[in-house]
Design a protein around this ligand. Structure first.
Ligand SMILES: Nc1ncnc2c1ncn2[C@@H]1O[C@H](COP(=O)(O)OP(=O)(O)OP(=O)(O)O)[C@@H](O)[C@H]1O
Ligand SMILES: [Mg+2]
Length: 359
């Protein structure tokens, strides 16, 4: 469904300043996959999506979407894909259902078919109660669902969602996801989405692609990424020396370290005073094992904790930075994030349906 090779995008900001937003992306997405693209602000996620949806022209490299070259056959690509841009695309005075009908007509459906399709989507996305409300009067969550409906009006087999759930409360996020997953099954869709919610990428996506500084730095299932690039950790504190100032390690800590070394997949065993840490294959089995083994040696342990990694640990391991530092879950609605959304999204959708040339 998607195949890119060496895809790049430079933005010339001034005579002396060029932004290398995307620096050579090789991405393959197969039919039926749900792929989440993660990365800090400015990593190049939206820029990549806008190239794939023919809204901007790549600087170099190639991209095939739904089997078609995005540069050579943009109009055909547009008919085969749905795109829900970052931020709210819908925004004027029409009623929600009419907005879907209009969008259907713009996409070439006759009015009757567009009405039928609007009814199906209103139903599928639970918009019935406010289908007759003006778009401007909808809540954030309702609007986002309407955005998804608008992206699906021409029954695309491939859907791009740029931060579909950003700014929604947990209830609306869960609700939107329920709809996305149902629609995916119903219409047998391939979905490529970006998100700043690591838990969403972790639990919903078949595959996670991590982007940083315009490059893909990891691409695998969430569980493989966590296993290979972060790994479970255990932290054990010996009763001896625990709570004492300074970091002189009690002899018991060295004994615990030796025990940790023998656990399956053990690496990076480190002693810091009474605190001993290690990466292990499986923290759930490692913790009772270490407690039992320590007891066998007469070493008293005050705490033993298993830590399962998150996708943030994966990013931290790859880059030395935390995704949360640049973008905590709760910070998604900050003005800095909202700014590109309001400048990009409405024009993107208008450009797509109007068939404007890529810039
Ligand atoms: N039209 C443009 N002109 C100049 N620079 C741009 C343009 N669009 C994007 N950029 C720059 O390209 C880089 C990548 O931006 P992009 O919007 O793709 O990031 P992103 O990964 O989607 O970030 P976010 O998580 O904040 O949405 C940023 O440095 C951004 O400022
Ligand atoms: Mg973006």
């Amino acid at each position: 469904m998607i195949r890119t090779r060496g895809l790049t995008k430079d933005f010339t900001v001034s005579r002396t300043h060029t932004v290398h937003a995307v620096r050579g992306i090789d991405l393959d997405i197969a039919a039926g996959e749900l792929v989440a693209v993660l990365g800090p602000n400015g990593a190049g996620k939206t820029t990549t999506m806008r190239m794939l949806t023919t809204l901007i022209r790549p600087t170099s490299g190639s991209a095939h979407v739904a089997g078609l070259d995005v540069t050579a056959r943009p109009a055909e690509v547009r008919r085969r894909i749905g795109y829900v841009g970052q931020g709210n695309g819908a925004g004027h005075n029409q009623r929600a259902r009419d907005e879907i009908v209009t969008q259907g007509v713009i996409y070439g459906l006759d009015r009757r078919a567009a009405r039928q399709r609007a009814d199906d989507l209103v139903d599928a996305l639970d918009l019935t109660d406010f289908a007759a409300h003006k778009v401007a009067d909808l809540s954030g969550g309702q609007r986002r669902r309407l955005d998804v409906a608008l992206g699906l009006v021409h029954a695309p087999r491939l859907l791009f969602l740029d931060e579909p759930s950003t700014g929604l409360d947990p209830h609306n996020r869960a609700n939107l996801w329920e709809h996305i997953l149902r629609l995916r099954a119903q219409y047998d869709m391939t979905i490529a989405l970006t998100t700043h919610y690591l838990d969403e990428a972790d639990t919903m996506a078949d595959r996670v692609v991590i982007v940083d500084h315009g490059r893909i730095i990891a691409d695998d299932t969430a569980s493989a990424l966590k296993r290979d690039l972060a790994g479970d950790r255990v932290e054990v504190r010996t009763a001896a020396g625990d709570g004492l100032p300074g970091s002189a390690a009690p002899p018991e800590a060295a004994q615990v370290a030796a025990l940790l070394e023998r656990l399956p997949g053990a690496r990076e065993v480190a002693v810091d005073g009474a605190r001993v840490t290690a990466r292990v294959a499986d923290s759930a089995t490692a913790v009772p094992e270490i407690v039992r083994a320590a007891a066998g040696l007469g070493v008293v342990i005050s705490t033993a904790t298993g830590i399962t990694p998150t996708l943030d640990d994966v990013f931290l391991n790859l880059t030395g930075r935390s995704l949360r530092e640049t973008h905590s879950d709760g910070a998604d609605t900050s003005p800095a994030d909202a700014a590109p959304a309001t400048t990009h999204a409405p024009t993107d959708r208008d450009a797509l349906v109007a068939g404007k040339d890529a810039r």
